[in-house]
Design a protein around this ligand. Structure first.
Ligand code: HXC
Length: 510
């Protein structure tokens, strides 16, 4: 027996070494952890149960029969994050660059199927060069099966991807179909084809960072939802994210104990909105002052900063926040902001996370740039997302809610459950200047009359009361009591039941 046990230990040790000490050292020299070290940093201590450690590829082309590496370039299994089950796979770059063979794909598929069957989140740690070139169509087929499962699991269990090294081909397409992608700065890249292929095909010279680094994907392409300085920070932040998420679309959001009183009054919010309606203020301050313990996990922090999206908690339960940011482009809705917020609202709706919307929006951004870029279609995404969402929706208008953007931002008309306004709210088709120029064009040469019309317009429309008179606003609230109001509203909505008509699926403008 002891011989068998020794052999097991020996085989395990051989598998754990992956592509060998030299490649592990090279991995460390690049500032990266190995696949197993990453799993260890992410999961609760000693909770990892590995599967398929001894799996070997079956390829015999291009001398591959001589290349035998137990585990075949990916470490898979399950463990816990703060006690909750999570499935995990981590690409092992030291084994043929983490590339995916047929058997490597079968390991991932096994984990995907288990995660879906057992309704628990799955996280993929990517550091890999896509389909294993030596395997040809077998590798492509393997990817196809991974993609198919990504799609079937979408909206059922949270799927998270962390890009921790150079990733290409299937190792960017599979993450692209998951809910969130995070990257590690200066050492992770995502591209369909790398700089060498780009040079050959288009003659364009570009570095890996310029083509697909975290700086590009968090600010320009919006492929990535966030980036961190190193592996450990990224993995610790992923643990934080998991704590915000339910295990599946039928699981409740986790309840985290909080010592922050639900009825905490924040006097400083009474002076958050400046007297001058054109002066910006930081909407993040409102979010941070209303969530439990100021703990807010922002999604897409560096992209379309005119809208803020992220998770916080009220009374220990997760809430998705969407908020216009007056500090950036006056909080206007443009194509990027609309797409960003639409995707976030749809995630929340799929996973039964209530949405709180803070509104200060002067409208949609005008101009050829936006119109040619499809503003109508992109703006419609956000409208569509809010309108189809059946989760509890609580809205607070802090200042401007102008034009179509008023409708879009979780208004009463899109089945907003509780719609509050601060006394500083201005709900109208447009601001006073634009409105007067259109409806009193005949008086434009008479400054006195124009001043009077402007004052009349401001009196009548630039307040929350016209909307409140119609019942479009349920209550005008004191800014300082926003947290208390939200807590009560969300508590009241806990058993909300609302179903959309049966359909195969909707046809959201893509
Ligand atoms: C087999 C691979 C590989 C691959 C890397 N390696 N990618 N082996 N198949 N796809 C091996 C290398 O031969 C090398 O082996 C080791 O991994 C490390 O690779 P390096 O090139 O030395 O590392 P680096 O310079 O950091 O570059 C990493 C890389 C680059 C950017 C990922 O290797 C690369 O561009 N690889 C090819 C990417 C690609 O085109 N993949 C196919 C995509 S198609 P040794 O033995 O020297 O250590 C695809 C289809 C899916 O995925 C469908 C999509 C819809």
């Amino acid at each position: 027996m002891s011989k068998i046990l020794d052999e097991l230990e020996e085989r395990r040790a051989q598998a754990r070494i992956g592509g060998g000490q030299k490649r592990i050292d090279a991995q460390h020299a690049k500032g990266k952890l190995t696949a197993r070290e990453r799993i260890e940093a992410f999961l609760d201590e000693d909770s990892f149960e590995e599967f398929d450690m001894f799996v070997q590829h079956g390829c015999t082309d291009f001398g591959m029969e001589k290349v035998k590496m137990p585990g075949d370039g990916v470490v898979t299994g399950w463990g816990t994050v703060n006690g909750r089950t999570v499935y995990i796979f981590a690409k092992d770059f030291t084994v043929l660059g983490g590339s995916l063979s047929w058997t490597h794909a079968q390991k991932i598929i096994k984990i995907q199927d288990m995660a879906l069957k057992n309704r628990a989140p799955i996280i993929g740690l990517f550091d890999a060069g896509g389909a294993r070139i030596q395997e040809g169509v077998a590798a492509l087929g393997g990817y196809g099966e991974v993609f198919q499962r990504n799609v079937l699991a979408s909206g059922v269990i949270p799927q998270i991807s962390v890009i921790m090294g150079p990733c290409a081909g299937g190792d960017v397409y599979s993450p692209a179909m998951t809910d969130f992608i995070f990257m590690v700065r200066d050492r992770s890249y995502m591209f369909v084809t790398g700089p060498d292929v780009v040079k050959t095909v288009t003659n364009e010279e570009v570095t890996a960072e310029e083509l697909g680094g975290a700086s590009i994907h968090t600010t320009k392409s919006s492929i990535a939802d966030g980036a961190y300085d190193d592996d450990v920070e990224a993995l610790l932040q992923m643990r934080r994210l998991i704590d915000f998420l339910p295990s599946s679309n039928v699981g409740e959001v986790p309840e985290i104990e909080t010592y922050d009183p639900w009825d905490r009054i924040e006097d400083s919010l009474d002076t958050l909105v400046p007297e001058n309606p054109n002066k910006p203020y930081d909407m993040k301050e409102l979010i941070l002052k209303t969530v439990d313990e100021g703990d807010f996990f922002e999604i897409q922090e560096s992209f379309a900063q005119n809208i803020i999206t992220g998770f916080g908690r009220i009374e220990g339960r997760t809430v998705g926040f969407v908020a216009n940011q007056p500090m950036v482009l006056a909080g206007v809705l443009d194509s990027d902001a609309s797409r960003k917020a639409a995707r976030f609202v749809r995630f929340c709706d799929a996973f039964d996370i209530p949405v709180v919307t803070y509104v200060d929006v002067p409208g949609f951004l005008p101009g050829t740039d936006q119109e040619y870029g499809g503003l109508i279609k992109h703006g419609a995404k956000l409208l569509f997302a809010y309108a189809e969402a059946t989760v509890p929706k609580v809205t607070v208008i802090t200042r401007k809610a102008y034009g179509g953007a008023y409708d879009v931002m979780a208004s009463k008309h899109l089945r907003g459950d509780v719609n509050y306004a601060w006394p500083s709210a201005q709900i109208a088709v447009m601001g006073a200047k634009g409105a007067v120029e259109i409806i009193f064009r005949k008086d434009m040469d008479d400054p006195e009359k124009i001043a009077q019309h402007t004052a009349d317009y401001e009196d009548r429309f630039l307040s929350p009361f016209v909307a409140a008179e119609r019942g479009f606003i349920d209550e005008v609230i004191m800014p300082k009591s926003t947290r208390r109001r939200l807590a009560r509203a969300l508590r009241m909505l806990r058993n909300k039941q609302l179903e959309n008509p049966w359909k195969k699926h909707d046809n959201i403008p893509l």
